[in-house]
Design a protein around this ligand. Structure first.
Ligand code: ZN
Length: 488
């Protein structure tokens, strides 16, 4: 199975995504470590910046083959060759609609242009993967003819693109089955997700004979995106026993791409979404405690993740007990009842209960006092268009039974960054790291409530915390301070 990742080309074409050359190189290195066979690094001819990115990936000494996207135009092939890539992803309009509207010629002239470009790229010593754009709406017999003649001219692999995402799994199996039998070289499947069928269509094509697939991390791509790498490789393994890339590295790569692109992921995204291995309802958690197989079709460890029990309005006592145990608390009988009812009351207000909330509740129920090791008494933050955002904080710190007042100050990229740096500087040396920060506006206007969610890590202990408020700076500080109180 040949895995071609096109996060850096098709993924980079997603509205709102633009990866710099530096970021592309970092993503390419991660993909290489994951074990993808081919990386489509970009479109060399598109711009100077894009050429710089393609060149950086091509000269990074990766194990993967590196390609540049090219139209059937000589200057595209020249630009790719100039970047030192191993080969080209040579894409030609293949449906009558595309041939007529984009090339303004007939099938025979289109075929001649394809063959010229294949000759030109092969003469430059490049690997040629020849792709039929809008191939799912093209005449399969015409595709077979192009592939046969291009193969005779030295094209190395072929690909059929479901450019507009209109295939069904049945049609996919029929099309790729037919072309894989006809073609003398490997045929790849390239699917878009307009009907939510990209993964299903990709798997159906592979089952029918396609020996390569194209995908992007997190399903990034034009419109509704491309087939998601993580979904396809897990589907291949779990449903069909086919090995491809290192599955246990998928979550880390997905996170890396999410942060690098700033493109948010739906929490319910398969495999890599925040909720993909989370359980909240009492019935499910009870089953999980008895035997994880009851409600886990996929093992979280398979893709480098951990199971997460989320506490909320539907949680049962089992979930609370299990979660407490995870953090080293033993609670039973009356104490567990009290913790449980406090969690239910937060859940009933429509809020999720973060780890930090649970730990604060558990601590106060078990010890009879609030755990407030860090308290921000005063925070001043200034920002504007002519100054560097600056903040100062007065904090009461209670560590090892000793209470003291400390001060801190910081500057940052914005007021939130400055305020958090001020709090951290008041703490002095701290081994608690902020590993994730997300903010979402709950309501519409500029007076919106914001929901800040953070992840903090101390040693191998990682917890989530959160706060809601109309002031983004104060909500961010509250979320982090709640987390600090749970971890210190
Ligand atoms: Zn595409």
């Amino acid at each position: 199975m040949i895995v071609l990742d096109t996060t850096l080309r098709d993924g980079d074409q997603a509205p709102g995504v633009h990866l710099s050359a530096e970021k592309k190189l970092l993503v390419a290195q991660r993909l290489d470590e994951l074990g993808v066979d081919v990386i489509e690094a970009g479109t060399a001819v598109a711009s100077g910046e894009e050429a710089r990115a393609v060149k950086a990936v091509a000269s990074a000494g990766l194990k993967a083959e590196v390609l540049s996207f090219c139209r059937i135009v000589k200057k595209d092939v020249d630009a790719a060759a100039g970047c030192g890539v191993d080969g080209v992803h040579l894409v030609f309009p293949s449906s009558d609609l595309h041939i007529r509207e984009k090339l303004r010629v007939g099938r025979e002239e289109a075929l001649a242009l394809v063959l010229d470009s294949v000759d030109y790229a092969k003469a430059a010593g490049l690997v040629v993967e020849l792709s039929a754009e809008d191939g799912s709406r093209a005449d399969p017999a015409f595709l077979a003819k192009v592939f046969q003649e291009a193969g005779e001219r030295g094209a190395d692999r072929f690909c059929v693109c479901d450019t507009v995402g209109l295939l069904s799994p049945e049609k996919s199996a029929e099309l790729y089955g037919f072309l894989s039998k006809k073609a003398a070289k490997p045929v790849a499947v390239h699917c878009h997700n307009d009907l939510g069928l990209a993964t299903a269509n990709t798997l159906a094509a592979i089952r029918a004979g396609a020996s390569e697939f194209h995908a992007t991390v997190n399903g990034l791509g034009e419109r509704a995106g491309n087939a998601a790498l993580e979904e396809v490789v897990v589907g291949l393994k779990v449903l069909h026993g086919i090995d491809s890339v290192r599955l246990d590295g998928l979550y880390a790569v997905s996170n890396f791409v999410r942060v690098a692109t700033g493109f948010p992921l739906a929490p319910n995204k398969p495999v890599v979404g925040e909720n993909a291995f989370s359980h909240e309802s009492g019935i499910h958690v009870d089953g999980i405690v008895k035997n994880p197989d009851t409600y886990e079709g996929l093992k979280p460890e398979l893709v480098g993740r951990r199971r997460r029990i989320v506490l909320g309005r539907l949680s049962g006592r089992k979930a609370v007990e299990m979660k407490l145990k995870e953090f080293g608390f033993q609670a039973g009988g009356e104490q567990l009842e009290r913790i449980f009812s406090e969690i239910k009351s937060i859940g009933d207000k429509g809020k999720t209960v973060s780890d930090a909330d649970l730990l604060a509740i558990a601590h106060s129920v078990l010890t009879g006092e609030a755990r407030e090791k860090v308290r921000v008494d005063e925070l001043v933050c200034t920002t504007g268009n002519t100054i560097t955002p600056t903040a100062s904080a007065r904090v009461t710190l209670e560590l090892n039974g000793e209470k003291k007042q400390v001060f801190g100050a910081g500057t940052g990229d914005g007021p939130v960054d400055a305020a958090l740096k001020a709090v951290y500087s008041a703490l002095g040396e701290s081994d608690v790291k902020l590993v994730d920060y997300r903010v979402e506006a709950i309501t519409g206007g500029s007076d919106a409530l914001v929901d800040v969610k953070v992840k903090l890590r101390r040693g191998d202990k990682e917890i989530n915390s959160g706060a809601v408020g109309t002031d983004i700076v104060m909500a961010s500080v509250s979320a982090v301070v709640k987390g600090l109180n749970a971890l210190l």
